[in-house]
Design a protein around this ligand. Structure first.
Ligand code: NAD
Length: 438
């Protein structure tokens, strides 16, 4: 394939060398003449393992050329990879100035191009940038429409500096965000042979996945480092601890706990987090990330409260009271916090929880209810159908099969359903459904 690459930094230079190695003809474009001169002479503009030899080989092979001229590069290629820098501005926002200038330059060239061109944004971009910022610029300058005169898509780049050629050849996955099939098919030709899954999604989701991955990596490093500082104070070897933590592929290094849903609670996580933080405080150990988890968890509860209060409804059915489906444990349940808030605001509240109701009958959780939440005890009812019938809004924090079946057949069209746990489709299609964050 004939490919142009804009921006010959770490991402662009490595992509250029690897694509040329794989048999494609590649023209590299940069505003920095020094980088162009280096590549033109078969030298690498970035320090990366394997790049010195690879650049020498591919330039000698005759499949690489360089230019400063956007028009020349677009005219000589059918697909462009856009890899210009998107650094931080002083206020923390993304500085997209290089990207905006380039989008305008590309649009002007596309005006005179008789065949459709594929433009693949590989730079990290704030979600919405391709569709709301770059597409309008290119459409305005070219006088053509995305999906007709040209094809835009977003393909996040996952290579890491220091191991970028190896990462290029073995990425965690390939993700293409596109609104039409053509760009995805072209990228499948370029990257479909790589030993990883190839996913196609929306442009916006692909933009967001890149941020989510980087945020998650930052979170993981910070977690390991905060744990190490805690270990030091506790006189435990942090490597031994983290090595063992990583052995758990069921709950720790796995998709467990990574589904959006409601706040955590229960008898373990909040209390153990608090004990860790207290220990750290008494040993002068700073743990800013762990120290803000409970605050973040509370923000999630407040978000649910705000949704209910914004509805203006006054007869509320709370479905699920324990801290998760399948248990009767009410300790630190965020559903209890919600319910207490609604009672405090003078709303009419009815609560249904099959486990808690059963346990009340058996007496298992009775003492907790009587001692800690006596005001809620009288609101618990065993008949879900009557709670649904007498509520204007249902807020659902459990998803056991029997309850779902009942809800799917009893929710009315005029009722608001606020979903805290990603309910099954049978319930999502009922009433005036609102996800908590989805
Ligand atoms: N560095 C990484 O490991 C990495 C990994 C994944 C994603 N990314 C993302 O990829 C993008 C590029 O990162 P990088 O580290 O390669 O950047 P970089 O700063 O090393 O290189 C960017 C290049 O773009 C060139 N440039 C600027 N304006 C241009 C224009 N109008 N036309 C042509 N070239 C132009 C610059 O001269 C520079 O050589 C960023 O959005 C970054 O967030 C980087």
């Amino acid at each position: 394939m004939d490919i142009s690459i804009f921006g010959l930094g770490y991402v662009g230079a490595v992509s250029l060398a690897c694509l040329a190695r794989d048999g494609h003809r590649v023209v590299g474009v940069d505003v920095d003449q020094t980088k162009l001169d280096l590549i033109g002479a078969g030298k690498t503009p970035v320090v990366e393992e394997g790049m010195v030899q690879l650049m020498k080989d591919v330039v000698a092979g005759g499949r690489v050329s360089v230019t400063r001229d956007t028009r020349d590069a677009i005219m000589r290629s059918e697909l462009s990879l856009i890899c210009v820098g998107t650094p931080s501005a002083p206020n923390g926002s993304q500085d997209q100035s290089a990207m905006l200038r380039l989008a305008s330059d590309i649009g002007i060239v596309l005006r005179d191009l008789s065949r459709p061109h594929v433009i693949v944004f590989r730079s990290t971009l704030v979600p919405g940038t391709v569709e709301e910022v770059l597409r309008p610029i290119i459409e305005r300058e070219s006088g053509k429409k995305d999906g007709e005169g040209f094809h835009l898509c977003f393909q996040p780049e996952f290579l890491r500096e220091g191991s970028s050629i190896r990462d290029y050849d073995k990425p965690p996955f390939t993700i293409v965000g596109a609104n039409t099939p053509q760009p995805t098919e072209r990228l499948r030709e370029l990257f479909g042979h790589l030993p990883c899954e190839f996913y196609s999604t929306s442009v916006r989701a692909a933009e967001m996945v890149k941020y989510c991955c980087n945020n998650f990596h930052a979170l993981k490093i910070t977690f390991a480092n905060e744990t190490a500082r805690l270990c030091e104070a506790m006189r435990v070897d942090p490597f031994e601890v983290m090595d063992l933590v990583c052995q758990d592929r069921q709950l720790n290094i796995s998709p467990a706990y990574l589904k959006p849903g409601f706040a955590f609670g229960g008898s373990c996580l909040p209390k153990d987090l608090r004990a860790s933080l207290y220990f750290a405080k008494t040993h002068d150990v700073e743990l800013p990330m762990l120290g803000h988890i409970l605050q973040s968890n509370r923000a999630h509860v407040d978000h649910a409260i705000a949704k209910v209060m914004a509805s203006g409804k006054r007869r509320i059915g709370v479905i699920g009271l324990s801290f998760k489906t399948g248990t009767d444990d009410l300790r630190e349940s965020p559903m209890v916090l919600l319910t207490e808030h609604f009672i405090g605001k003078g709303l009419s509240v009815r609560v249904y929880d099959p486990e808690v109701h059963l346990s009340r009958l058996l007496g298992a959780n009775r003492r907790f209810i009587e001692q800690h939440v006596p005001h809620i005890g009288s609101m618990i009812h065993g008949d879900l159908n009557s709670i649904v019938a007498e509520s204007d809004l249902l807020i659902v924090g459990l998803n056991d099969a029997t309850t779902m079946e009942q809800l799917a057949s009893s929710v009315r069209d005029d009722q608001i359903v606020i979903d805290l746990v990603r309910l099954p489709e049978s319930v999502r299609l009922r009433g005036q459904y609102q996800g908590l964050c989805w």
